[in-house]
Design a protein around this ligand. Structure first.
Ligand SMILES: [Zn+2]
Length: 334
């Protein structure tokens, strides 16, 4: 049995496996420029951020109907359940779909077909987080929030993702203020490839409650002290960091030093179809490459539930934490 865990950094568009991409392409009459799943899987071995993003947006063309989004989310939930995920807070990128003429309603209601039945079908509780593309304008983010207003009963919070450098958090101050006024929770990617100041800005200007990635906080001791003192969760994605060359190898990953510093770290998969593995694969990889002890792995799992947006269901959070405390490790974690 895998270690029970919550996944807090997961882009649903990044869970599109080659087999499902071809299935949806056939269903929708979309032509993919690959001979088959083997050739497409070969393309998933990209070398840098830009080639990843090019492929990522190219493949989104197969996602057109509510059922497509439902099938995408359902396939993720099935894989996540097999790797011990008990709770998932799932990012989606509406601007990437709106730009293709796919409506907010199609995306949200489609995802909800899977999320609304996730507990009975997969034993996973879920939350949905709408992400703005930070390389798009602040006005576009605002229009996206407006388009989401009819669906806010389905959406727990907002996030900020895509190419970080040159797009500081402060660009999105106004839309984060508006989202806060609507009662939405706030997270943002910061300090993955961008500098530590972006993390500080996300906290001070956007009022984020969690920082996605946040790796580069380690360059600023005062910031580390603040994150530890305020118990700000960081959603780390080790296999993603290796694939996008944020770290050279997994053995160089700062996760052990971050835990030693007292940071509230969690381990997540980011875009698992592209980065070499789902949540449990990430746990297994850091256990193997970084020599994390069972106590550390249990701490990471506990952190994932502590950092989750389960304030409206503390009874459930307590149940998950009890599962983590009672977990007995075998050799084949995680
Ligand atoms: Zn991400």
């Amino acid at each position: 049995m895998p270690l029970p865990k919550a996944e807090l950094h997961l882009h649903v568009e990044g869970t599109l496996e080659p087999e499902l991409a071809f299935e949806l392409a056939a269903r929708n009459g979309v032509e993919l420029p690959y001979a088959g799943t083997d050739e497409l899987r070969e393309a998933y071995r990209f070398e840098d951020l830009q080639s990843f993003l090019d492929l990522y947006y190219e493949l989104m063309a197969v996602l057109l109907t509510e059922q497509d989004f439902a099938d995408l989310a359902d396939a993720y939930l099935a894989r996540a359940a097999a790797q011990g995920v008990r709770h998932a807070e799932i990012f989606f990128d509406p601007q990437a779909h709106l730009a293709r003429g796919v409506s907010m309603g199609t995306v949200v209601e489609g995802l909800w077909r899977a999320l609304g039945r996730s507990e009975e079908n997969h034993g996973i509780s879920t939350r949905l987080i709408l992400c703005f593309l930070r390389d798009e304008s602040a006005e576009s983010a605002f229009e996206t929030l407006e388009a989401a207003r009819p669906y806010l009963d389905r959406i727990t919070g907002i996030g900020l993702d895509s190419a970080e450098v040159g797009h500081p958090p402060a660009k999105f101050r106004r839309v984060y203020e508006a989202a806060a006024a609507l009662g939405l929770r706030r997270v943002a990617h910061a300090g993955e490839e961008g500098p530590p100041q972006y993390i500080t800005e996300a906290l001070d200007v956007l009022g984020v409650e969690r920082v996605d990635h946040g790796l580069r906080c380690m360059e600023d001791p005062a910031l580390v002290e603040r994150l530890v003192r305020d118990r700000v969760p960081l959603t780390l994605c080790p296999l993603s960091n290796v694939r996008l060359r944020t770290v050279d190898t997994l053995a160089d990953h700062p996760l052990p030093a971050m835990l030693d510093a007292g940071l509230l770290c969690t381990v997540n998969s980011d875009d698992p179809a592209y980065f070499g593995g789902y949540a449990g694969d990430n746990f297994a990889a850091v256990r193997r490459s970084l020599g994390l002890t069972e106590d550390r792995l249990r701490e990471l799992a506990r952190n994932s539930f502590l950092a989750s947006f389960l304030e409206d269901d503390e009874e459930r959070r307590a149940r998950y934490l009890a599962e983590v405390a009672a977990y007995e490790f075998g050799d084949a974690v995680s």
